[in-house]
Design a binder for this molecule. Structure first.
Ligand code: MG
Length: 247
């Protein structure tokens, strides 16, 4: 668990998060039909290294790339490739981790490519909103599962399903730290949140069934029914009255 309260340390982790913020701004324009996810991966690695940071995912448990690039039915951990070329109507989740100033930050967004179906657009809207709901509960004195419950409740307002086989997590000194932050659950369980605790909150939402299977490459997680999945993640600092989003 990483708990940061000093101003100088907060400045350091903000600086790590800023690298990811800038990458998402860059991606808004970079993502278009005809672009290969391998290309995005190389460019993002360059952006991170130029900033003075390093890619947190590359080499992590053997993961071969800087970003996870998960298209359509891929839930998380898609491996970027020059063979995976984006098409009009696709959705793509880009997950990226940065280490800078000794601090890890971790975040994801789902982007649309060109014209989306109503369903794809709605799935992105719902997933983004349930992340915001979760973050709203990342306040000192609450418990971890208050975040989980807020996410689940918000997903329940739609016909979609939150993925349960992957969870959010502590982050900061390491990429993955305790506590786990599930995207579902009853309120009032798990550790009490302390001011300064760094968390990566990351709902994944499926249009169809919540079940996921991992492909032969050992990484790529896809929806069991082949339907769309979206993923939004931010690294945040738990605050007294509200959380600060770093990414
Ligand atoms: Mg994460």
């Amino acid at each position: 668990m990483t708990i940061i309260t000093s101003k100088s340390e907060i400045r350091k982790i903000r600086d790590s998060g800023k690298v990811i913020k800038d990458i998402f701004v860059w991606l808004e324009n970079a993502i278009c039909a005809g672009v290969a996810t391998g290309e995005l991966d190389r460019k993002i690695e360059t952006i991170i290294r130029k900033s003075g940071g390093s890619p947190a995912f590359k080499g992590y448990k053997g993961f071969p790339a800087t970003i996870c690039a998960s298209i359509n039915n891929v839930v998380v951990h898609g491996i970027p490739s020059d063979k995976n070329v984006l098409k009009d109507g696709d959705i793509i989740s880009v997950d990226v981790g940065v280490r800078k100033n000794g601090y890890f930050t971790d975040a994801a967004r789902t982007f649309g490519v060109g014209d989306l179906s109503d369903e794809a657009r709605d799935l992105i809207r719902v997933t983004k909103k349930c992340l915001a709901e979760g973050v709203r509960f990342a306040v000192a004195g609450n418990r971890v599962s208050d975040i989980s419950n807020a996410i689940e409740k918000d997903v329940r307002k739609s016909a979609y399903k939150e993925v349960r086989s992957f969870v959010g997590h502590g982050v900061g000194k390491d990429l993955h730290e305790p506590p786990e932050v599930p995207n579902w659950g009853r309120k009032g369980e798990g550790p009490v949140l302390k001011e300064g605790l760094i968390l990566a909150i990351e709902p994944m939402v499926n249009v169809g069934v919540r079940e996921v299977k991992v492909m032969k490459d050992g990484w790529t997680a896809v929806t069991e029914d082949g339907k769309l999945s979206a993923h939004f993640e931010d690294t945040i600092i738990v605050g007294k009255e509200r959380a600060e989003t770093l990414t």
